[in-house]
Design a protein around this ligand. Structure first.
Ligand code: SAM
Length: 268
């Protein structure tokens, strides 16, 4: 069907089911924001997105970039499509583009969580509608006390609301991935954390079935950790039993007490 060989190293699974592409487009939030696509691939989704509004697209693969440049010459000439040949994570320091945007993409799975957590911290990114593997999408949407509640759930709840819109079977792709995929929608309403908070959460959930106190003590002073957790009545809890607002409170108090440790961690 295609005479291009999909590159595994770039997580290339092309969406060939037109109905699914159409369903994604139907789920795009109705806003005045620009559209950003990461990994346009062969351009099937891009073509449909361009019917809605202008698109800025980042594609790392130079072969695909050349194909896209030919296929979308008119749209590029009349500035409807801005195509950028770049690894999207490189140089994404603060904002990916200068205006408010909604991110719509069938993401490369090997860096999907990195891209989403980067988009969380990008204040210009207002909404996210992405295809990722179902198992990870479930983590973004989990609630406190569910076993899937994890770093990704706390981050998602810190910026807004996450939901799975629908699932897509492997057969919808060429080549088919080994896993079921989901369309994940995240409506951002606020930005309430910095990069250190993310690092702190990774420590909290380092061993998800152990107690939070044990996990935090692997990185921060045991005495301080126990004192703070006792004051907050969290000393017996496991990481998935602590709510998102409580994680923010805990982080603020811990950071105040052991700021030096955060700083030395950064230098390292
Ligand atoms: N959007 C296409 C579709 O739905 O058929 C392709 C999706 S495919 C799962 C992921 C795409 O992301 C590929 O085109 C791949 O080359 C591109 N990609 C992988 N890593 C990337 C990166 N770091 N920056 C930008 N694009 C990347």
């Amino acid at each position: 069907m295609y005479n291009i060989k999909a590159k595994k190293k770039y997580g290339q699974n092309f969406l060939k089911d037109e109905t699914v592409v159409e369903q994604i487009v139907q789920s795009i939030p109705n806003t005045k924001n620009a559209l950003v696509e990461i990994g346009p691939g062969l351009g099937d989704l891009t073509k449909k997105l361009l019917k809605v509004k202008g698109v800025v697209a980042f594609e790392v693969d130079v072969d695909l970039y050349e194909i896209l440049t030919k296929n979308f010459q008119d749209e590029i000439d009349n500035s409807k499509l801005k195509l950028i040949n770049r690894d999207v994570l490189e140089g994404w320091d603060k904002n990916l583009i200068d205006t408010n945007y909604d991110l719509v993409a069938n993401l490369p799975y090997y860096i999907a969580t990195k891209i989403i957590s980067r988009a969380f911290r990008d204040s210009n990114c207002k909404n996210i509608l992405v295809m990722i593997q179902r198992e990870v999408a479930v983590k973004f949407c989990a609630n406190v006390n569910q076993k899937e509640f994890s770093t990704l759930s706390v981050l998602a709840q810190s910026v807004g609301e996450a939901e799975i819109v629908f699932d897509i079977p492997p057969e919808a792709f060429y080549p088919p991935p080994k896993v079921t995929s989901s369309i994940l929608k995240i409506s951002k309403s606020e930005l309430s954390y910095d990069e250190d908070f993310e690092k702190f959460l990774r420590v909290c959930f380092i061993q998800p079935r152990k107690k939070l106190s044990k996990n935090l003590s692997t990185k921060y002073s045991k005495d301080i950790v126990f004192e703070i957790l006792e004051n907050l009545n969290l000393e017996t809890l496991r990481p998935h039993q602590v709510t998102t607002p409580m994680y923010h409170q805990l982080y603020k108090i811990l950071k105040g007490r052991i700021d030096g440790e955060f700083k030395s961690e950064k230098r390292g």
